[in-house]
Design a protein around this ligand. Structure first.
Ligand SMILES: Cc1cc2nc3c(=O)[nH]c(=O)nc-3n(C[C@H](O)[C@H](O)[C@H](O)COP(=O)(O)OP(=O)(O)OC[C@H]3O[C@@H](n4cnc5c(N)ncnc54)[C@H](O)[C@@H]3O)c2cc1C
Length: 210
C-alpha cells in the first residue's frame, strides 16, 4: 500500500496550541500564534492531551492519499465516521489488482488455492462484462482482496481515536499497517500533537511482520 499525506493545516501544532491558550487569555488568536515558542507549544499541547481538553486539536486536519489497500481494509476504515472520504468507484473503474495477505503468501498450498479462486473470480467478472453486464453488477463477484484507492481527511482528534483503536494488537494486520503509515506521516508534521500516541505505538511492526 502507498500512504501519502497530501495536505494538512499549516503549522498544526502551533494552531492547536494557540486554541488551547486562547481559552485562558485576553489576547486574540492571531496575537497568540505570533508569540508562541516551540517550548510553550509543546508544553501546552502536552497539558491539554493529559487533561482531555482534546477539542482544541480538532483545528488541525490531515488529508491522506491511500492506494492499494483491499476492500476489506477500506470497509474497516470508513467505519470511522468523524472523517471525510472519496473512494474509487467500482461502478466506473474496472477492478483488477488484489491484496495477498502475508499469512496466505507464506503458505504454498494456501497461495495456490487463493490464486486459483482470484483467477476464477476475475475471469467471471470479465465474462459478465463481455456479455454486456454493467461493471456495477459484474463487480458483485469480486472478493474482499480487490484493491482500492481512497482519499481521507481526518482532524487530529479523530485520528488519535483511529490510532488508539487500529494500532492495538487485536486490530487486523492490514488496517494496523495502514494506521502505522498514517501515524508516521502526521508525526512528521505535528510532533507535539501526536507525541504521546507515537511514543506508545511507534514500535508497531508493518504488515506481515507480526
Ligand atoms: C479490533 C476491532 C474490531 C472491530 N470489530 C467490529 C465488528 O466485528 N463489527 C463491527 O460492526 N464493527 C467492528 N469494529 C468497528 C468499531 O465498532 C467502530 O465502528 C470503528 O472502530 C469506528 O470507531 P469509532 O466509532 O470510535 O470512530 P468514529 O465513527 O470516527 O467516531 C469517533 C467517536 O465519536 C463518537 N461517536 C461517533 N458517532 C457516535 C454516535 N452515533 N453516538 C455516540 N458517539 C458517537 C464516539 O465517541 C466515537 O468513538 C471493530 C473495531 C476494532 C478496532
Amino acid at each position: 500500500m502507498e500512504v501519502r499525506l497530501i495536505a494538512y493545516t499549516p503549522e498544526p501544532d502551533k494552531v492547536c496550541a494557540a486554541a488551547a491558550k486562547l481559552t485562558h487569555s485576553k489576547l486574540a488568536g492571531e496575537k497568540l500564534v505570533e508569540q508562541m515558542s516551540e517550548e510553550e507549544i509543546s508544553r501546552l499541547l502536552g497539558n491539554v492531551m493529559k487533561m482531555g481538553h482534546t477539542s482544541v486539536i480538532e483545528h488541525a486536519s490531515f488529508t491522506f492519499s491511500i492506494s492499494g489497500i483491499s476492500r476489506a481494509c477500506s470497509h474497516q476504515l470508513v467505519r470511522h465516521r468523524i472523517a471525510s472520504y472519496s473512494q474509487q468507484s467500482q461502478r466506473y473503474v474496472k477492478a483488477g489488482d488484489f491484496v495477498f495477505p502475508p499469512k496466505i503468501a507464506e503458505n504454498e498450498e494456501a497461495s495456490k488455492i487463493f490464486e486459483e479462486a482470484l483467477q476464477r473470480c476475475y475471469e467471471t467478472y470479465e465474462k459478465l462484462m463481455d456479455m454486456g453486464i454493467p461493471k456495477e453488477d459484474a463487480r458483485y463477484i469480486m472478493p474482499n482482496a480487490t484493491k482500492t484507492n481512497i482519499i481521507v481527511t481526518m482532524n487530529a482528534r479523530s485520528l488519535i481515536n483511529f490510532f488508539s483503536l487500529r494500532l492495538e494488537k487485536d486490530a487486523q494486520w492490514e488496517i494496523r499497517s495502514l494506521a502505522k503509515k498514517m501515524l508516521e506521516e502526521v508525526h512528521r508534521v505535528a510532533p507535539a500533537i501526536f507525541r504521546e500516541v507515537y511514543e506508545k505505538y511507534s514500535g508497531v511492526k508493518q504488515s506481515g511482520e507480526f
